[in-house]
Design a protein. Sequence first.
Length: 469
Amino acid sequence: MSMLKPKIGIMAIANGAYFPQFPDLKEKLIKQYEKILSKFGKEYDVVSVGMVDSEVASIKAAEIFRAQGVDVVFCHCTTYSTSSNMLLAVKDLDVSVILLNIQHVSVLDTEKATHIEDWLADGFSCGCVPEMVSVLRRAGKRYGVITGYLEGDEVVDNEIDKWCKASAVRRKLRNTSLGLIGRPYPGMLDLYIDETKLFLSLGVYTEMLELGDIIKASKGIPSNRIKAQIEKIKATFEIFDGIDSTNLAELASYVCGLENLAHEKNISAFASHYGDAQDEEGKLISVLNPACSMLIGQGIAWAVEGDMKVALAMSILKTIGGTGTLAELYSLDFDNDICIIGHSGSGDPEISYRKPLMKTTKVFHGKSGGGYLTQFYPKFGGVTLLALTQDETGGYRMIAAEGINIDGPILQFGDTNCRVAFSIGLRDFVNKWCLTGPTHHFALGSGLHIETIKCVSNILNIPLEIVCR
């Protein structure tokens, strides 16, 4: 429901003047290009335009890229090429251009490379890359460079994978909607946004929804689907006493309804908040924490307190790294130089090293009513923090930091929380993080993902500030 294949534009470039001079050269370069194509897996929709060795071929490539709506363009520099062969193909596209400075061999064998053709085919990809960057900059384009050799170079494979994952973020934002149910928490001014500005900046459309839309979508769910959903909930959560089969069936029906609504409206992320609610709406609010967590596990981000920006940050982390849960600065442990990070509400089951807890409470702090609490246990090891915020002009920015989630005592009253150490220490981290001007919410994901986030920043054309690594 939430993962769309990004469209990956790929082209090979070469100087057409070489081919009449060296009859076997073009065939050799095309074979190398075919090996490049094999590096892009089935999870990507590859749009290949083949060998571009003239201005005419570049113009034809541009038509294909525009028609297919590619999310990124990889340009394989097979040998030296004039920059016109590249620029004409991408000049009308608002996408990043990634130059594949990938040599055929890791080193030229000077004893065997006795002809100019050997050098042109196997060791001259780097010759045109400075020229390509020069004209891309002059054209105001976004770009990246991947340098390496064709076979057995893990750095090349990892770099390609990062850019492809980042392009999946663009595809998701431009081809799905963000659902707002209710409105932001009253008075949290850092959360308020201009939905039109959001659409113009990131390409994501906001679908305005009500609790009644969820209730309507939850009606008439087949019993076999309810039973299957109950089993999924049991497999996901450690369920405390006081939650019986009737409660689980009710919860399962709402999860199915949320799935229906996400599918019907083509939504990949939600943000929600309501004040006082009675009757069925009140009942729905009481179960939203585990219900929304089930959707997050499927890749559909859900943020409490109506925070649309953190919902998108969660979606980005989930797309590139597999996990993304809502968090904030929760408490400070000066004795151990640790920042306690967490939040109440729904979360990502995939971030938890053990079954998350589900239990009931009579009071939701800061919100009306009571209901289900869910506590997740983030995996130990590297973690990434990602915030999406706005500056004084209204422009969007990303803020990121990496740390280490370490084992130790945590709070056990039903809120997700974990102990994160940062390379720059607690005080400096908190000061530097706050001084960047984030919202008080951010997304937390397992693993270290700043390098891929840098690619996302390039592809989305929004600035990134890195606090620490």
